[in-house]
Design a protein around this ligand. Structure first.
Ligand SMILES: NC(=O)c1ccc[n+]([C@@H]2O[C@H](COP(=O)([O-])OP(=O)(O)OC[C@H]3O[C@@H](n4cnc5c(N)ncnc54)[C@H](O)[C@@H]3O)[C@@H](O)[C@H]2O)c1
Length: 429
C-alpha cells in the first residue's frame, strides 16, 4: 500500500501519461474522469477505468476512506496479475489513480461518476458541489441503484448533463452498464454515456427511468418467487437452486441471497413493493431471517450453513426449518397443501418473464436489448424473453394463468404477453 500512496503523491494528476488512453469515437472527448466515493463500487469502477488507460481522480470524505479504497484497488489489481495481467501493466494502471478529499482539481475532469452512499441528502450535497467545481461541459453520471436520476439532476444547474450510469458489482468484471436518462437529460449526454460504457468494454444499454431500473427490477421478481416457492412448501432449498441453474442461472437464487445478505435483500424487496405494489410483495420469510440473524454468508448461516473455518457451504441450514415453521404458523395459507401446483423450475422465471413483458410495454428498453442486458448483468445463459419463447408463449401464458388462479397477483399475466399469444407470435422481436 505504501508504494501506491507514494506514487500518488509523486505524480500530480495533470502529469499522467496519456498514451494509454482508450481512443473510442466518443461523442465528447473524455480525457479524465473523477469517481466520487471510494467504497465497494467506487473502487471497482476506478479499476474499470484504469484498465482501459483512463486516469481517475478518486474522491472520498477523508484519508481513512481513501486509504480503504486504494487498498481495495490494490487488491483488485493483484488479483488481475494472478489472472495474467503483467506486473508492468498493473504498475502503469496504478499510476493512473490520483486521490483527493476535496474538489480543487475537479475543474480538470470531463466526466464524473458518483458512487457515494445511497442517501438522497448525501447525493444532493455531492451534486451541488460538483456543479460548483466542475467545468460547465462536464457530465455527471450517478451509480445510484434506486434513487431518481431526474431528482439528482435537479440538484444541479445542468440537469441536461446528469445521467444514471448503473454498474454491477464488481464493476471491473461485470459486463453491463445501464444508462438511464432523467427527464431533462440531453440526447448528447446519453450518447456520451453509452459510448463511455462501451469504451470500458461493457454492454451499455439505455434504460428509461423506473424503480430498480431494468435488470434489478426483473431480478427482484425472480428472487422473491424463489422465497415464495420455499415458504409455500413447493420445493426445498436445494431443489430451487438446482432448478434455476438447470434452466438459466450461474448460481441459484437462495445461494445468491446468502451472498448478498438477507438484510440487503429485504431492503430492496420492500423498496420494490413500495414502488410497484402487490406483485412485488416480499415473501415474509425474508423478514423472519433478518430477525433471526440468518443473513447468509456474513453471519455464516442463511439458507445454507457455512463452515466457520473454510467459509465454504456445508448444506442446507437446519435453522431454516424453524424460521419457515414460524412464518407458516403465523399465516397458515402459506403452507396450504391444497394450493400447491407441482413445482417446475419454470415457475421461478414466470414472474421475471411477466415483468419483462411489462417493461417492454412501458418501453423501458429496446426489445432487442432486454435479453442481452439480463445475460450481461446476471450471467444468465438465456434471457427471459428467449426462455419464454423456448417454453412457448401459449404455454407460458397457460402456466401464468394457472399460477394466478392459485397464488394470485404476482402471476397476473402481462397484457403484452396475452397480445403476443393472441397474435400467434412465436417469439419476441
Ligand atoms: N454495492 C453494490 O452492489 C452496488 C451495485 C450498484 C450500484 N450501487 C450503488 O453505488 C453507490 C455506492 O455503493 P457502495 O456499495 O459502493 O457503497 P459503500 O458504502 O461501499 O461506499 C460509499 C462510499 O461513499 C463515501 N462517501 C460518503 N459520503 C461522501 C461524500 N460526501 N463525498 C465523497 N465520498 C463520500 C463513503 O465514505 C464510502 O467510501 C450507491 O448509490 C449504491 O446504491 C451499489
Amino acid at each position: 500500500m505504501a508504494v501506491l500512496e507514494n506514487h500518488l503523491i509523486d505524480l500530480p494528476f495533470m502529469e499522467v501519461k496519456t498514451e494509454l488512453f482508450a481512443s473510442g469515437p466518443l461523442t465528447m472527448q473524455i480525457n479524465k474522469v473523477a469517481v466520487v466515493g471510494a467504497g465497494t463500487m467506487g473502487s471497482s469502477i476506478t479499476v474499470a477505468f484504469i484498465s482501459q488507460g483512463i486516469p481517475v481522480l478518486l474522491k472520498d470524505v477523508d484519508q481513512t476512506q481513501i486509504d480503504k479504497g486504494l487498498a481495495n484497488i490494490e487488491r483488485l489489481l493483484k488479483s488481475r496479475v494472478l489472472k495474467g495481467l503483467s506486473q508492468q501493466d498493473a504498475d502503469a494502471q496504478r499510476l493512473l489513480v490520483d486521490a483527493t478529499t476535496d474538489y480543487t482539481r475537479f475543474s480538470e475532469v470531463d466526466f464524473v461518476i458518483e458512487a457515494v452512499s445511497e442517501n438522497i441528502d448525501i447525493k444532493r450535497q455531492i451534486f451541488q458541489s460538483l456543479d460548483e467545481h466542475c467545468n460547465v461541459d462536464a457530465i455527471f453520471g450517478s451509480n445510484t441503484s434506486s434513487l431518481s436520476i431526474t431528482q439528482i439532476g435537479s440538484f444541479t444547474r445542468r440537469a441536461d448533463k446528469v445521467v444514471g450510469m448503473h454498474f454491477f458489482n464488481p464493476a471491473h468484471l461485470m459486463k453491463l452498464v445501464e444508462v438511464i436518462p432523467g427527464l431533462d437529460t440531453s440526447a448528447e449526454t446519453v450518447a456520451t454515456a453509452l459510448e463511455l460504457g462501451q469504451t470500458l468494454g461493457k454492454l451499455a444499454v439505455r434504460v428509461e427511468e423506473c424503480a430498480s431500473f431494468l435488470v434489478n427490477r426483473l431480478l427482484g421478481r425472480y428472487m422473491n418467487e424463489s422465497l415464495w416457492c420455499l415458504l409455500e412448501g413447493n420445493a426445498t432449498i436445494e431443489e430451487i437452486d438446482k432448478a434455476a441453474c438447470d434452466l438459466a442461472m450461474p448460481i441459484g437464487p437462495l445461494a445468491l441471497r446468502d451472498m448478498n445478505g438477507a438484510d440487503i435483500g429485504l431492503a430492496v424487496a420492500k423498496f420494490n413493493f413500495q414502488e410497484y405494489g402487490e406483485r412485488f410483495r416480499p415473501a415474509p420469510i425474508l423478514e423472519e431471517m433478518v430477525t433471526r440473524k440468518l443473513l447468509g454468508q456474513k453471519t455464516m448461516g442463511g439458507f445454507y450453513a457455512y463452515d466457520s473455518e473454510t467459509r465454504k457451504r456445508s448444506g442446507a441450514n437446519p435453522e431454516m426449518s424453524l424460521a419457515l415453521d414460524t412464518v407458516r404458523k403465523s399465516s397458515p395459507g402459506h403452507a396450504d397443501a391444497s394450493k400447491k401446483i407441482e413445482f417446475k423450475g419454470e415457475r421461478l422465471f414466470l414472474p421475471m418473464i411477466n415483468e419483462a413483458f411489462m417493461s417492454l410495454q412501458e418501453r423501458i428498453c429496446a426489445p432487442e436489448d432486454l435479453d442481452p442486458a439480463l445475460c450481461a448483468g446476471l450471467g444468465m445463459r438465456i434471457g427471459p424473453l428467449a426462455l419464454a419463447g423456448k417454453i412457448g408463449l401459449p404455454e407460458c401464458l397457460k402456466m401464468m394463468e394457472e399460477h394466478f388462479e392459485t397464488y394470485g397477483e404476482r402471476f397476473r399475466p402481462a397484457p403484452l404477453l396475452k397480445r403476443y399469444v393472441w397474435g400467434n407470435r412465436t417469439s419476441i422481436s
